[in-house]
Design a protein around this ligand. Structure first.
Ligand code: GDP
Ligand code: MG
Length: 599
């Protein structure tokens, strides 16, 4: 295929700025999707994604476009995932492109991920095409956002396209700019095969479906492929392109984008950023970008009904096939019975997994307080990694504790600088820099412990900035900290699921707040429940949930049985997300209580 007629590009944007809508419009205009089968947001195929409006898995679509110069181009649109939790995944998609359409909502302006994604694109030498979207909105402020782009991102005002993805305005110009400005791919078909994997999916019949872009050489069905990062080999069964329906082809050469299947059943063998080559005539060196993503947030999942444990295992196994960054290991925590310790890329990833399990697999789950991975130096000199607070060795055995830190970039309106500074400082943040973006926006950089932002930092940032604040973060390594394990005892017994690791100088205040909060959340039972917070053997705070005096149905005098039934049903409903701890019923909210506590 003539390389000069290929353009590979992605669309990058802050969440909700209209990336999916623009992609849909482009598919529609190139006739890639028939109007009759058109549904909004073709690229976001999962129901959950549609509802939340986020893109979890990247995918790619090949479009035919007849440009103003009369030539027929092949445009490959590579979709990128759109949230902070997935930013390292974004770079895999970006690495498969020569150009990026940068979408900025003209009514919102530049946000944290606009900057983060643009920086990624520039690092990979992509040609950037700036697009101001949603110009149809009454509150679109094109002039203001143009100034922001100019001052923060050094984008020339005359470069910016004005688009309404929703109304279909200005889409033609986006296509023409892609054809004109994005460089065509280069690469020789005669060299040994090198293709990069940027995404994968799982199909029950075909196994793992691998999405890739060829850089050099030619890929053909039945070729034996070597995955240079993971070291496995597989023979291609089906090779094709997505238009966006799958269509089988005989070969794909340099610059082309497609998918293959090879009856791969173990999703862990497929890592985004890995390079595939021909096992019989291998390339000597892999393309850059291979890295195995380790989960950074851990939480335990227990089925509310212990009988659902096998179903939970099955559901996690299935989910793992299309989401290899999710890890899980069986765990039994005495009174909470059997569950799984799960690892996630971030808090949003955790929420998505929980929701999918509950929705698609009809499971009712209780999740414990999320934890980061601590590195613990023992007195013996050994260094151990601990992702579960209840596994932390006793204080006396520990010589040093290290916790993961991140560099957080926040964008907010100028008038909320003070509030954002205070928020980040309260979370043990170390201030780095402030930079003005246009006349009314500011970018604030802090370094802070990951454990302080996985909790409710993002919600708080949103609330102190009236919804205008945005956040992007990257891991920067481990720092020493004085931390202790805070346990909660219910009727004298440690509830491991409520244990957390907290800064030593905040432990007393946290302990007190935690038991007070639990007292509010744990419903009164037939007996008194004693709640205690403890560090090691030291009880630092205590309170009691008083015993219930009478049956609630007693107040439904008159013997109206339907009314009683309703009340019982309501109680049952309320119990759904309760977990039995010894004799005590604990609601899901209690497990998350520690998260919602103010410093
Ligand atoms: P994404 O998160 O970047 O993929 O954003 P979406 O494409 O899901 O769009 C977010 C919201 O903005 C949706 O409700 C869209 O309907 C809306 N939207 C997208 N483009 C436009 C536009 O040009 N004009 C208006 N008024 N709304 C838009
Ligand atoms: Mg989207």
């Amino acid at each position: 295929m003539d390389l000069s007629l290929i353009r590979n590009f992605c669309i990058i944007a802050h969440i909700d700025h209209g990336k999916s809508t623009l992609a849909d419009r482009m598919l529609q205009m190139t006739g890639s999707v028939e109007v009759r089968e058109f549904r909004d947001q073709v690229l976001d195929s999962m129901d959950l994604e549609r509802e939340r409006g986020i893109t979890i898995k990247a995918s790619a679509v090949r479009m035919k476009y007849k440009a103003a110069d009369g030539k027929n181009y092949v445009l490959n649109l590579i979709d990128t995932p759109g949230h902070v939790d997935f930013s390292s995944e974004v770079s895999k998609s970006i690495a498969a492109c020569e150009g990026a359409v940068l979408v900025v909502d003209a009514s919102q302006g530049v946000e944290a991920q606009t900057v983060a994604n643009l920086n990624l694109a520039l690092q990979h030498n992509l040609k950037v095409i700036p697009v101001l979207n949603k110009v149809d909105l009454l509150n679109a402020d094109v002039a203001r956002v143009t100034r922001q782009l100019e001052s923060a991102l050094l984008i020339e005002p005359e470069e910016c396209l004005h688009v309404s993805a929703k109304e279909g305005i200005g889409i033609e110009q986006v296509f023409e700019r892609i054809v004109r400005d994005v460089p065509p791919p280069v690469g020789s078909a005669d060299l040994p095969l090198r293709a990069t994997i940027f995404d994968s999916d799982f199909d029950v019949y075909k196994g793992v479906v691998v999405y890739f872009r060829v850089f050099e050489g030619i890929i053909r069905p039945r070729a034996k492929l070597r995955f240079m990062g993971t070291g496995v080999t597989h023979e291609i069964i089906e090779l094709g392109v997505m238009e966006p329906k799958m269509r089988e082809v005989d070969s794909l050469g340099p610059g082309e984008v497609g998918y293959f299947t090879a009856n791969i059943r173990d999703a862990r063998q497929i890592v985004n950023g890995d390079t595939v080559t021909d096992d019989r005539a291998p390339a000597s060196e892999a393309l850059p970008g291979f890295e195995i993503l380790n989960p950074v947030v851990f939480s335990s999942m227990y089925p509310v009904n212990p009988k659902d444990f096998p179903q939970l295992r099955e559901a996690l196994e299935k989910l793992h096939l299309s989401d290899s960054s999710l890890t899980f290991e069986p765990e039994s925590s005495g009174v909470l019975s059997m569950g799984f310790r799960c690892g996630f890329l971030g808090l949003l990833h955790m929420e998505i997994v929980q929701e999918r399990l509950e929705r698609e697999y009809d499971l009712n789950l209780v999740l414990t307080i999320p934890s980061v991975v601590y590195k613990v130096r023992l007195n013996t000199g050994a260094l151990v990694e601990v992702d579960n607070p209840s596994h932390l060795p006793p204080g006396g055995e520990i010589s040093e504790m290290l916790e993961p830190w991140v560099r957080a970039t926040m964008m907010c309106p100028v008038d909320s600088i003070g509030a954002v500074m205070e928020l980040a400082t309260n979370r043990r943040g170390a201030y780095k820099s402030t930079e003005y973006v246009g006349e009314d926006l500011v970018q604030i950089v802090f370094e802070l412990p990951l454990s302080e932002i996985i909790i409710d930092f993002y919600d708080k940032l949103k609330s102190v900035t009236r919804g205008y604040g945005s956040l992007d973060y990257e891991m920067i390594g481990y720092h020493a900290a004085r931390l202790v394990r805070l346990d909660v005892m219910i009727n004298g017994e440690i509830c491991e699921a409520l244990s957390s690791v907290v800064p030593q100088d905040r432990a007393y205040a946290r302990g007190k707040q935690l038991v007070d909060k639990l007292k509010e959340l744990i419903p009164r039972q037939m007996f008194q429940v004693a709640l205690q917070a403890a560090i090691g053997n030291n009880v630092i705070a205590r309170c009691n949930v008083k015993a219930l005096k009478k049956n609630v149905t007693a107040k439904c005098y008159g013997g109206d049985i339907t009314r009683k039934r309703k009340l019982w049903d309501k109680q049952k409903e309320g119990k759904k997300r309760m977990k039995q701890f010894g004799k005590v019923q604990i609601p899901q909210e209690a497990f998350l209580a520690a998260l919602k506590i103010e410093n």
